[in-house]
Design a protein around this ligand. Structure first.
Ligand code: SF4
Ligand code: SF4
Length: 414
């Protein structure tokens, strides 16, 4: 966004306050600076020169979850989440460049990401109950992948299962960072299901999707990662690129916006984004050999922000739980309310994040469902943390894991 585009977006805000009701941070802090209206107003004042500098604005700008709930509620659809990314980019550039020049990190530390890297890693450790013994990348051979050369690149290939009831499309599977390092069982389940549904699955070494740097305002790094990924995925001759990480699929679909002003890369970004599918989006189109047999169990579903608002995917995950896994669905109130994970928000803003999470856990518990399901690794880690904090032993599972269980697929370390 250039400054004119930012101003055009800001001017759409008429200060009506309809967004206050749905903004998770406002609902906790009840201060104007923690609402979409307040954040937009501060950004407008800064641009108009009504504020002398951005002193103190790191809190309103970086405390936004980027959940997008305000935009859906807003009559004029003000994109506060995108405005906050733009604000962070400016803030990041202003302060980090000074920090770099001075060799000091004092100013830089005020920026959310550096707080995250530094001060909060101790707290981050507690978010994950148990580190897996192997990453998803280390399991490819065990899963059945074979190495091949394709289009001048080394790839890993998993053929369609012989049990598949019908041929499926050719899939490039995108290994999200959270899936690879923290939840490899989830990725293994998704891959094995795609094969069981008749897909040829290709894995190739690639980069992070770019969402983490984008979220803290480093758009230069996000664009670099996007360009590298476009080069890697550009000639693999697959029908779709699929990931079971809602954050990754949402951001990969955003590449045309990210690179839209770059004439060299914009066409490739468009072409690539048209092939990206979230696992929950493509899997309902495929067929499995067996009906799901978990019908004696109840489940409630949490909509990840990057799926429900980022990609408008709401019906398919529920259909997967009922029709593919065979579970009984009990809807929770506020199923689409952010869980407070928001990428690394639970690490950079642990107190606010925990309060948002507690509200979500109460909603889930009120359904008395036996399982809490969702479709994004960041949400799984956050929700599982919330359940442990509440001394509630009910499991939090990705939809892919539940379908895999219903098909009798074994995943994980022996
Ligand atoms: S962001 Fe939208 S809903 Fe919120 S105050 Fe502005 S116009 Fe109203
Ligand atoms: S994106 Fe979410 S946290 Fe940020 S202002 Fe909007 S509703 Fe509030």
């Amino acid at each position: 966004m250039d400054i004119k585009a930012i101003q055009d977006e800001l001017i759409k805000c008429n200060r009506c306050g309809y967004c206050l009701r749905v903004c998770p941070t406002y609902q906790i802090a009840l201060t104007e600076g923690t609402s979409a209206r307040g954040r937009n107003s501060l950004l407008e004042d800064l641009i108009d020169g009504d504020l002398p500098d951005d002193e103190g604005l790191d809190i309103p700008f970086f405390d936004c979850l980027l959940c997008g709930a305000c935009t859906v509620e807003c009559f004029t659809s003000v994109k506060t989440d995108e405005l906050m990314v733009q604000a962070r980019e400016q803030y990041y550039q202003n302060h980090l460049s000074i920090g770099k020049r001075s060799g000091l990190s004092t100013l830089a530390r005020r920026i959310g990401v550096l707080k995250w890297i530094d001060a909060s890693l101790d707290g981050a450790e507690g978010l994950v109950a148990r580190m897996p013994r192997s990453f998803l990348w280390d399991r490819l051979t065990k899963i059945g992948f074979k190495q091949q050369q394709r289009a001048g690149q080394k790839v890993w290939l998993l053929p369609p299962s012989e049990e598949a009831p019908a041929p499926g499309p050719r899939i490039v599977y995108f290994v999200g960072c959270g899936t690879n390092f923290l939840l490899p069982d989830t990725g293994e389940a998704a891959i094995k299901l795609l094969s069981l549904a008749g897909c040829e699955v290709i894995v190739v070494e690639h980069n992070c999707c770019g969402l983490p740097p984008y979220s803290y305002g480093d758009l230069v790094a996000a664009r670099d990662l996007a360009r590298q990924n476009l080069t890697i995925f550009g000639n693999l001759e697959a029908d779709f690129l699929v990931t079971e990480c809602a954050s990754c699929s949402s951001f990969l679909k955003k590449y045309p916006e990210l690179l839209g002003t770059d004439p060299e890369w914009a066409p490739a970004a468009q072409e690539f984004a048209a092939t990206v599918r979230d696992f929950t989006e493509i899997f309902p189109e495929l067929a499995l050999p067996y009906p799901g047999h978990l019908s004696d169990r109840t489940v409630t579903y949490h909509d990840p922000c990057h799926l429900v608002r980022g990609q408008q995917i709401t019906e398919q995950p529920r259909r997967l739980l009922t029709d593919f896994a065979g579970l009984q669905l009990r809807e929770m109130v506020e199923a689409d309310w952010c869980c407070g994970a928001a990428g690394s928000y639970n690490i950079s803003h642990p107190e606010m994040s925990l309060q948002i999470l507690e509200r979500k856990i109460r909603r889930a518990q009120a359904t008395d469902a036996e399982v809490l399901a969702t479709a994004c690794p960041a949400c799984i880690i956050q929700l599982a943390y919330g359940m442990r904090q509440a001394n509630d032993s009910r499991p939090v599972r990705h939809i892919a894991e539940l379908i895999a269980e219903g098909q009798g697929i074994q995943v994980g370390e022996p």
